[in-house]
Design a protein around this ligand. Structure first.
Ligand code: SAM
Length: 250
C-alpha cells in the first residue's frame, strides 16, 4: 500500500478499531452513508451493504478504479471533499457521514459541513486526539476555544475512544480519537451569526484578560447582562457567548 503524504494517507489496519467504529456508528438499513476518504476501503468494507445508500468521496485518482471494482454497490465520487458541490448529493433525507479523515483538512471540512447541517443526521470522524479534546472541551480548560464554542453551538460532540498510531499503516505521528458530532435540532436563538464570530475572535485573542477589558471595543451593556464582566473569556459557556453576541445588536 503506497501512501501519499500530501493526501494525509494513513490506512486503518487494526481490525479491532474497525469493529469499534462500526459498533459506534451502528448503521441501519434505511441509512444513507457518506464516507470521506475511503482510501483502500478498510472502513468501506465493514460499512457498505449495511445501509440503503453508500457514497464515498476520494481525492486520490489512483484509488478510484480499485474502489469501483471492489465495491459495486458503492457510489464513488473522485473529488476533493472541500470543493464538492453538496447540493448535488443531498436529497430529502438526512445523511450520516463517516471518515478516517486526513488531518490537514479536518477543521475546514467541519466548518464546511456546519453550513450543511440541515442535511446531516450525524458524523463519526477519526481525528487527531488534540482536536477531539478541543471539540469536546468544557469551559475554563486550555482546550476551550473559538472552534469549540462554534461547533458546540451547532452540535453535540462526544469523544468516543482513542486510537494509537500503530493501528494505521503508516502510523501517524500523533494519537487519534473517534468523535461523534450530532447537529442539534434546535440551537439557542442568535440574531446574527457574524456577531458571535466577532465576539469569539475578540474574546479568545485575549483569553486571560478580564472580560470587560477583552471586549471593551464591542461596547456591551454590562449592567443589563447576566454575564460576569470580571470572568475570563475562556471561562464563558456557549450560552453566555450567545448572550453577548445578541447584546451587540442593541
Ligand atoms: N479510510 C481509509 C482508511 O481508514 O484506511 C483511508 C484514511 S486516510 C487517513 C485519508 C483518506 O482521505 C485517503 O484515502 C486520502 O486520499 C483521502 N483524502 C485526502 N484529502 C482528501 C480530500 N480533500 N477529499 C477527499 N478525500 C481526501
Amino acid at each position: 500500500m503506497k501512501a501519499r503524504k500530501r493526501f494525509g494517507q494513513h490506512f486503518l489496519t487494526d481490525p479491532h478499531v474497525l469493529r469499534e467504529i462500526v459498533r459506534v456508528v451502528r448503521p441501519k438499513a434505511h441509512d444513507q452513508l457518506l464516507e470521506i476518504g475511503p482510501g483502500h476501503g478498510a472502513l468501506t468494507e465493514h460499512l457498505a451493504g449495511t445501509s440503503a445508500r453508500y457514497l464515498v468521496v476520494e481525492i486520490d485518482r489512483d484509488l478510484i478504479h480499485k474502489l469501483r471494482a471492489r465495491f459495486t454497490d458503492v457510489e464513488v465520487i473522485n473529488a476533493d471533499v472541500l470543493k464538492v458541490d453538496f447540493a448535488e448529493i443531498w436529497n430529502e433525507r438526512p445523511w450520516r457521514i463517516v471518515g478516517n479523515l486526513p488531518y490537514n483538512i479536518t477543521t475546514p471540512l467541519m466548518l464546511r459541513l456546519l453550513a450543511e447541517k440541515a442535511h446531516i443526521e450525524d458524523m463519526h470522524f477519526m481525528v487527531q486526539k488534540e482536536l477531539a479534546q478541543r471539540l469536546a472541551a468544557t469551559p475554563g480548560t486550555k482546550a476551550w476555544g473559538r472552534l469549540t464554542v462554534l461547533m458546540q453551538y451547532h452540535c453535540a460532540i462526544d469523544a468516543l475512544f482513542d486510537v494509537a498510531p500503530e493501528s494505521f499503516t503508516p502510523p501517524p505521528k500523533v494519537n487519534s480519537c473517534v468523535v461523534r458530532i450530532q447537529p442539534r435540532a434546535e440551537t439557542l436563538p442568535l440574531t446574527d451569526p457574524s456577531k458571535l464570530d466577532r465576539v469569539l475572535r475578540t474574546a479568545f485573542s485575549a483569553r486571560r484578560k478580564r472580560l470587560a477589558n477583552a471586549l471593551a471595543d464591542l461596547d456591551l451593556p454590562w449592567d443589563e447582562l447576566a454575564v460576569d464582566a470580571n470572568a475570563r473569556p475562556d471561562q464563558l459557556t456557549v450560552e453566555e457567548f450567545v448572550t453577548l453576541a445578541n447584546a451587540m445588536e442593541k
